[in-house]
Design a binder for this molecule. Structure first.
Ligand SMILES: [Zn+2]
Length: 221
């Protein structure tokens, strides 16, 4: 009896998360969809990640797994609804990337803002998450982690006192406190994400921080 109930529960979980292996043959061949290059995520890891994400008080929707052309996919992904403060332009993100973003925002960003800028951050501006393109948009380059919904680009921070801190103007700008704040949140991101690239990383990142949870890390520049 327990075994049957356990199997049923697993089946329901797999259905809910859209990641479990299906025992049924598909009724129609998925001709409209190229064969996936990325496997569906480990359901146990995903379950743990969703629980971790909930610990930060994040509100989110679990998205169905999707595979696109050119090797792009969004599996084990969530749509963040709220992580304490608004973050603009967030689309599909793999759960662990979303969970790391929530941790970074709630722990590191607010602490650094109070320490260096004496104000809370009330909004973070991102350049987005999922984007099916090669790295740095260079044709022929390896697929960007954005193409796997595994990355997020952070461009600016709006403060409670009305200031708007941008990576572009602040990183090498005249205000030492702003420079220190941006370096503090960059460094804090390196402790939380696999790969962090900012303005010192390369010319393509002159105006944002790139964070991802790709397998090529750790990298912090
Ligand atoms: Zn990026």
């Amino acid at each position: 009896m327990m075994r049957i109930r356990g199997a049923w529960l697993l089946a329901m979980l797999a259905l809910a998360a859209c990641v479990g292996p299906s025992r049924e043959k598909p009724r129609r061949p998925p001709a409209h969809r190229p064969p996936p290059v990325a496997k569906a995520d480990d359901p146990r890891e995903l379950k743990q990640c969703l629980a971790d994400l909930g610990k930060y008080g994040a509100q989110f929707n679990v998205l169905p797994d999707r595979w696109f052309g050119n090797g792009c996919s969004a599996t084990g992904a969530v749509q963040l609804v709220a992580i304490g403060i608004p973050v603009t332009n967030l689309g599909a993100m793999k759960c662990r990337t979303a969970e790391r973003l929530s941790a970074w925002t709630n722990e590191a960003v607010q602490n650094a803002a109070m320490a260096w800028l004496d104000s809370r951050v009330v909004k973070i501006e991102s350049f987005g998450t999922y984007n099916c393109r090669p790295r740095n948009g260079v044709a022929g380059a390896k697929l960007s982690e954005h193409g796997r919904a595994n990355a997020v680009d952070i461009a600016a921070f709006q403060l409670a006192d009305g200031r708007r801190i941008t990576v572009e103007k602040g990183w090498r700008g005249p205000d030492a406190n702003v420079r220190n704040f941006l370096r503090a949140v960059h460094k804090a991101a390196c402790r939380r994400f696999a790969i962090v690239i900012g303005p010192d990383g390369d010319a393509a990142h002159y105006n944002h921080f790139h964070f991802d949870m790709g397998a090529d890390g750790p990298y912090c520049k």
